[in-house]
Design a protein. Sequence first.
Length: 347
Amino acid sequence: MVLKTGSILYLSALLRACLLFFIFSSCAHAEKTYTLKFASLIPADTAWMNSIKNWSEELEEKSNGRLKIKMYPGGVMGDEPDVLRKIRSRQLQGAFFTGYGIGRIYSPARVLEMPFLFRNTDESDYVRNQIMPDIELGFREKGFELLGWPEVGFLHFFSKYPINSLDELKTRHIWLWQGDPLGEAFSKAAGVSPVPLSIMDVYTQLSSSHGSIDTVYNSPFGALAMQWHTKLKYASHVPLTNGTGSLVVSQRFYKKLPPDLQSLLKESGKKVGEEINRISRRDNEKSVELLKKSGIEFMWKWSEDEKKQMLSIRDQAAKELAASGYIPEQYFTQASNILNQYRTNNK
């Protein structure tokens, strides 16, 4: 069959058009950009948030502009339950969560926050590293990708009034992060009646002469960064627990990324989590001295009897959390066995 000149020209034009279409489609695909809207309670002008800002710049540079982070620091997106709802409704894609937020995603991970479990960061690091694969899987099954694990630091009581014993603590109006099962279980076991409030309301209540609370808990750095220390005078010498943290993104967002951007986000997230850990430990040590200089008095060094009493309270709270399913018993057993083995090997 012989094609006419007009038909040849038409086919030629059609082939050119198809070629251009595929070229432009390929370019458009290669240059597609992704924006990770990321929220945190961490105030903007802190070393921790600067690390996240540097992380954002690194992602944009290494991805050639294809992956960017839009940050919402300082609680501008609300308390952690608000942020979690916004991630699930696709208004946000990721966040820095403390243990409180972690518990709303995968509560067994909070075994790492059980009061008076770890004596130092070496112990908490070892146990965390051993169980981290299980935690990552737990997050993934709940629809989130765990990128990094930056600590908040060891938490202390801070109060407007002296605290020299557990009996004295029971007379205080203690803030409880509203809706926190771990805090509720420990308070119940200790015989304490806390005042549930959003973390967003703490400073206002401390500032008011008729405020509902006079005692809070936070890391030394957190008490400074959130300005709570300006309304307080005393702190407990012995910390409650090592507060955890996490950098997470929704699986929905993560799975949309090309494989190279998934790898970049995962590797860089782990790196920035470790960096914030180093900064956190440094800044919390410095913050203790700064708090003392500001007039905060650290007090209440426990007797041996008080230590035993606190451990008994901890174990009672663990039973309550296991019974509710918030932290199933096997997670306590696993963490305790790993910790005991570590202590045996490092006597």
